[in-house]
Design a protein around this ligand. Structure first.
Ligand code: FES
Length: 376
């Protein structure tokens, strides 16, 4: 079915990136490299209208993220509106900007779920990667989240510099009495793309990490649920990114730009509408940016005739662009892609990169320095 004729399904998952502001400087942040250019954040009333419009279109899950969403002083008000509308709300936070009282206010406003991220298993690793002192506060917030009656959901982003401490990561999660732990290996977009050679772990590191994660999964059965996500680059089939372009995911960036995924604004030749100027149902159903890779007609070979295309939708458009320069190409993670060698070359290049090479931390100074750099 053509993109033009392919009726869009509902945007079931709304990700509200409330702000790009963040006190941390993680070198794998998925925010755009030029995040510092987007300072004109949506105001409270516009966010509320976006929530109403999305809910009317069938959106059911709301992710509140950033940047650090807790830097928004209207967070409680937005959560209350989302609850009133019937959303299931999930706060994705570093924990900075929260304290016991604020967690209580968010609970009273109707927040359903809080996910706290850690950069590492120790104060030393965590605070180095965060670019600031954060570890002790995160521990306190994780405990406060649990004490407030929420399931404790922890997220660790893993890469070459911390994956060898997998055992310590899971020990920390267990000490904090986590109910769910997401061991998310870095995906290479945004700042992680700029640091890919330094962050991509070796196959041996991954295998060791995976074995430790599996042993913990067995040991903690029924007590702590552990999800381990292998990085794309070591797969031979691509992920069904966003479950298909413009199919269920709708991201609203801090400045109101509506995106089919958090990285889409980095794709050249596409423009995405802003909720300040357009109604959400037009954006979702009619805007050229959302229709661009919807359905299957845009596909080239080998995706077009692939019998797995309805399962993976050709993989990730942003990854195809970053690795091949053309977002219409098959995601090169797929070993049927004629560009799969670029993934293998990236692994080799990372292996040849010394651990001493400095990481580029996410901050306005580095943003200004590298935002004009060609990305592929
Ligand atoms: Fe943009 Fe995958 S991150 S399509």
């Amino acid at each position: 079915m053509s993109a033009a004729g392919c009726a869009p399904s509902k945007p079931l998952w709304l990700l509200a990136e409330l702000t790009y502001a963040c006190p941390l400087q993680c070198p794998y942040c998925s925010n755009p490299l030029d995040f510092h250019r987007y300072k004109d954040e949506l105001d409270t009333e516009t966010w509320k209208r976006v929530l109403r419009e999305a809910r009317a279109m069938g959106a059911a899950q709301l992710g509140l993220s950033g940047g650090e969403p807790a830097t928004r002083q209207d967070l409680e008000e937005l959560v209350a509106e989302a609850r009133r509308l019937g959303f299931y709300t999930n706060l994705i936070t570093s924990g900075i900007g929260l304290d016991v009282e604020r967690i209580e206010r968010l609970r009273e406003a109707g927040l359903d779920h809080i996910q706290v991220s850690f950069q590492g298993s120790s104060e030393e690793i965590n605070d180095h990667l965060a670019g600031t002192e954060a570890f002790r506060h995160k521990q306190a917030i994780a405990r406060a989240v649990k004490a407030a009656g929420y399931p404790m959901v922890l997220c660790f982003v893993l890469h070459r510099d911390n994956i060898d401490s997998m055992d310590a990561v899971l020990t920390l999660a267990s000490e904090l009495q986590a109910d769910y732990v997401e061991l998310a290996t870095t995906q290479y977009y945004g700042w992680a793309w700029a640091n890919r050679d330094r962050l991509l772990p070796s196959r041996e590191q991954l295998q060791r990490g995976e074995a430790i994660a599996h042993a913990w999964q067995e040991r903690m059965k029924g007590r702590m649920k552990i999800y381990y996500v292998v990085p794309d680059y070591y797969e031979t089939r691509p992920k069904a990114c966003m479950n298909g372009w413009g199919k269920v995911f709708l991201t609203i960036a801090p400045d109101g730009t509506a995106l089919p995924c958090h990285s889409a604004r980095e794709l050249p030749g596409l423009s995405f509408p802003n909720v300040r100027e357009h109604a959400l149902d037009w954006i979702w159903s009619e805007s050229p940016g959302f229709r661009r890779f919807r359905g299957f007609d845009w596909m080239k070979e080998p995706c077009r005739s692939c019998d797995e295309k309805e399962k993976d939708f050709g993989g990730c458009r942003c990854q195809a662009y970053l690795l091949t320069g053309d977002a219409e190409n098959a995601d090169p993670v797929c070993d049927k892609s004629p560009h799969h060698d670029r993934v293998l070359a990236a692994i080799e290049q990372a292996a040849a990169t010394p651990a001493e090479k400095p990481l580029v931390f996410r901050n306005p100074r580095n943003a200004k320095r590298i935002s004009s750099t060609t990305v592929h």
